[in-house]
Write a protein that binds this ligand. Structure first.
Ligand code: AMP
Ligand code: MG
Length: 369
């Protein structure tokens, strides 16, 4: 790419990353190119996160394409966990360690169940899937990699991972996310969020599986997306001026995860007439960031439920860097400095500032805060 065409690409908001192997095509010079785009793309942590999530998504897509043979077991909290959850966590931990050395990773999964004799078949299938992108993976090294994710949060900084967020959507052959964020002093600062069934084109219907999208964000530097199949071309996410009255909302598919009736009441109270799209996982943050919806509301259906950090960290940063406000139902910032859960927060709102303040007001008047 010449300096002038590079400038043109940057001006169009589509910087190219130099580190993707696909960049080395005949159309491009083989010598090192200047990295175009935010300085964050020079950060080895963001590049490692990107490679980790791209690799893991290749595995999750392959498993979802063949769910019949992959197998599901039920965790203690009765949520389903699949070969994909285990393989993706192992792959992310392995790639982060390869690229960055030792890492502090707070992941959702543990290898304990895979060590049980009755799950040896599941273990074998998990190893086989991980080998798609980690050819040297074996049962022991894979379980060790999964358990790298057993670390505790540290105020100095740590990674948090949901290898398959929205497992229920994944099992319904619908949307899910592979979500990795780096948190410093209780705040997400880097995010790599794959939505493996999205398309970069936001006009592509959400009810049809697409070829996959990777969202990257760095605090203060913007949010970017690329196709999973061509990670070299990055598109800046819109910092949109959203419409004022008719809002498109999104919420969980699972009524057990968030209170659909309360969301409808809040929107009515705020005077916002709304059409809702339901999809699983923190892909909802990306839906708002990509301007496919204006508002994401999440009031847990069960009063005592406390959100997990890995269900929000990457999504929140992507949405904020696309210009949206993210808070809990009292308007407080999400606080990642209290271990593995958002102990100090209840309810989530993602919206442009003018909608956000109306929603907070409506929530207070209805007594949901
Ligand atoms: P979603 O797909 O947006 O409904 O969210 C999926 C996430 O919801 C999972 O990763 C779980 O960690 C989380 N979850 C599980 N049970 C609940 C619950 N009762 N209320 C809210 N979230 C939950
Ligand atoms: Mg999750």
């Amino acid at each position: 790419m010449t300096a002038s065409s590079a400038g043109a690409a940057a001006a169009m908001g589509r910087p190219r990353l130099q580190t993707n192997p696909r960049v080395d095509t005949d159309r491009r010079p083989r010598q090192a190119e200047p990295v175009i785009g935010p300085a964050a793309f020079n950060d080895p942590r963001l590049l490692a996160a990107r490679r980790a999530v791209l690799s893991a998504s290749r595995v999750t897509r392959a498993v979802q394409a063949d769910l019949q043979t992959s197998g599901v077991i039920t965790k203690d909290d009765r949520s389903p966990v699949t070969v994909a959850d285990y393989a993706a966590q192992a792959v992310v931990a392995h790639v982060l360690q390869q690229d960055l050395g030792s890492v502090r990773l707070v992941g959702e999964e543990r290898a304990d169940a895979l060590r049980l004799p009755e799950n040896s078949g599941l273990l074998q299938r998990t190893v086989k899937q991980a080998q798609r992108v980690w050819p040297g993976a074996e049962a022991e090294s894979l379980m060790r990699a999964i358990d790298v994710g057993a670390a505790e949060p540290d105020p100095e900084g740590f990674w948090t991972l949901d290898p398959v967020d929205g497992t229920k959507g994944f099992l319904r052959n619908q949307h899910y996310a592979v979500s990795l964020a780096y948190i410093e002093a209780g705040v997400p600062v880097l995010a790599a969020l794959a939505c493996p069934n999205f398309e970069v084109d936001i006009n592509y219907a959400l009810d049809r599986p697409g070829r996959g999208v990777l969202c990257l964000a760095a605090r203060g530097q913007g949010a970017w997306q690329s196709a999973l199949h061509d990670g070299a071309v990055m598109h800046r996410m819109p910092v949109a001026s959203r419409r004022q009255d008719l809002v498109r909302t999104c919420e969980s598919v699972e009524a057990g995860h968030s209170n659909h009736d309360a969301h409808a009441k809040i929107l009515r109270q705020a005077g916002l007439s709304a059409s809702a799209v339901r999809l699983d996982s923190q892909a909802k943050y990306a839906v708002v960031a990509r301007d496919q919806a204006d508002v994401y509301l999440r009031l847990p259906s069960h009063r005592g439920y406390v959100e997990k950090i890995w269900d929000h960290a990457a999504g929140e940063l992507v949405a904020q860097e696309a210009g949206l406000v993210v808070s809990d139902f009292k308007g407080r910032a999400l606080d990642y400095s209290h271990g593995r859960r958002l102990e100090k927060n209840r309810g989530i709102i993602v919206a442009a500032a003018h909608h956000h303040s109306r929603l907070i007001d409506a929530i207070r008047r209805l007594g949901y805060s």
